[in-house]
Write a protein that binds this ligand. Structure first.
Ligand SMILES: C[S@@+](CC[C@H](N)C(=O)[O-])C[C@H]1O[C@@H](n2cnc3c(N)ncnc32)[C@H](O)[C@@H]1O
Length: 416
């Protein structure tokens, strides 16, 4: 067991008084019961927590020294549901649950007490604190207490917490980031995204993928400044909210990460998107057969231009979800089998960033929207990579030119 952090405030029991009674169980996620009380809690976010637990569990099993204590830090824990799930489901040996609001203390302690009612002195499996997340993370770093998994589930932008979180993370550890800052992430005002994320973003037809790529780009930049690079485990856009989430692994060496940090160019004329590195900035153009000029091209970035997910990790997460009986059940309308299955397809290295919406294909082809499954199948028969996007419901991810999508859409129309 790693030393239980010395400065931990919070889990105190006054002599002669009982420990806080666990609150009533009003909620349950994958068999773990808790009560959100007055904390901010969204049941819609349960799939995002499922993904975190699956990835954390696999990370615990895969570590070079699996006998070392597995330490998690939930920097903005709300009710403590994630901390509880990291303990109860991901097999964490120790969890630090923090939330700036001390009014949530009885809620968090009550929920974690369910897992271990009274932590024996010196063997605490969990502590609760009420500090600003950046201060907590910086203090852990200064005390050389590093964590295997750090979870930053912020309101709005996550950008200000990333560096402190990386400092408190073990090399090879996982950082789970959340942003609900959808206005700047989607490009509603390039200057807004520039000040928040250091990326100039204007609207393109796949704004929610851009939001994920900005999140990853910020993490890549901060990691590189500290001498590391990131590997995305998964990136997840949730429609409710909307919410952008990404889990990244902190890896040795900075060069690899920066090779996936650049610009995306979208051509309004032909509908295609391409990536460009910093050394290609002067050559940005579409080169499509349509007549293009500067006004037909939108350039966004710098942001993450590499893969959104690690295919082997996602595949193992799906296998684990099947093993645990989580894959086919859904309490919130999202089935992990479908979500992770789509993410596996999205990980095809032949696929460029972005997706093409069916209504855009239909409008260019001057036909009704083709059925998505039929379109994907037809494009694959033509030799293209094509799949659904978990980010855009009525959209296809493909390396085919939009002109081929138009031809295929017309063929489908003629067959009907
Ligand atoms: C989105 S909620 C967390 C929800 C929780 N993680 C869950 O999965 O149910 C964000 C929480 O962060 C807390 N918070 C906001 N700013 C903070 C900060 N700077 N440091 C620590 N906690 C903060 C809020 O009190 C709130 O409970």
């Amino acid at each position: 067991m790693a030393s239980a952090p010395a400065a931990a405030p919070a889990v105190t029991f006054q002599p002669g008084r009982r420990a806080p009674l666990p609150p009533r169980c009003t909620h349950s996620e994958r068999g773990v019961s808790f009560d959100p009380g007055s904390a901010f809690y969204r049941s819609d976010s349960a799939p995002g927590r499922d993904l975190a637990v699956l990835a954390a569990t696999l990370h615990r099993r895969r570590r070079p020294d699996p006998s070392a204590p597995f330490l998690c830090l939930d920097a903005m824990c709300g009710s403590g549901v994630r901390a509880l799930r990291y303990l109860a489901q991901a097999g964490a040996d120790f969890v630090w649950a923090n939330d700036a609001s001390d009014a949530l203390h009885p809620v968090i302690v009550g929920n974690l007490s369910r897992f271990e009612p009274v932590p024996p002195e010196g063997q605490r499996r969990w502590v609760v604190s009420h500090l600003d997340a950046t201060r907590l993370l910086a203090e852990r770093y200064l005390r050389r207490e590093y964590f295997d998994v750090i979870d930053v589930d912020s309101f709005g932008s996550e950008a200000e917490y990333i560096r402190a979180a990386f400092l408190a993370l073990k090399i090879g550890g996982l950082l789970y980031l959340t942003s609900t800052d959808w206005r700047s992430a989607r490009g509603y005002g390039g200057k807004c995204s520039l000040s928040s994320y250091g990326a100039y973003v204007l609207p393109v037809p796949y704004p929610n993928e851009i939001g994920l790529r900005m999140l990853l780009g910020g993490a890549a930049r901060e990691a590189a400044m500290l001498g590391f690079h990131i590997k995305p485990v998964f990136s997840y856009y949730a429609y409710h909210g909307p919410i952008f989430r990404a889990m990244v692994q902190l890896c040795h060496g900075k060069e690899d990460g920066i090779s996936n940090y650049g610009f995306i160019c979208h051509c309004k004329s032909c509908g295609q998107s391409q990536t460009f590195g910093f050394d290609e900035l002067g050559q940005i153009s579409c080169g499509c057969a349509n007549r293009t000029d500067a006004t037909s091209i939108t350039v966004v970035g710098p942001l993450w231009t590499g893969p959104l997910h690690d295919r082997s990790s996602i595949t193992e997460m799906l296998n684990l979800a099947v093993e645990w009986g989580w894959a086919h059940t859904s309490e919130n309308g999202v089935t992990l089998e479908k979500l992770l299955g789509t993410m596996i397809e999205e990980s095809d290295p032949r696929l460029p960033p972005g997706y093409i919406r069916l209504d855009e294909i239909a409008s260019r082809a001057k036909v009704n929207s083709p059925p998505l499954g039929t379109l994907i199948h037809s494009l694959q028969k033509e030799g293209y990579a094509a799949c659904r996007s978990h980010i855009g419901a009525n959209a296809v991810k493909t390396n085919s030119p939009i002109s081929s999508c138009i031809v295929v859409a017309r063929e489908i129309r003629n067959l009907r």
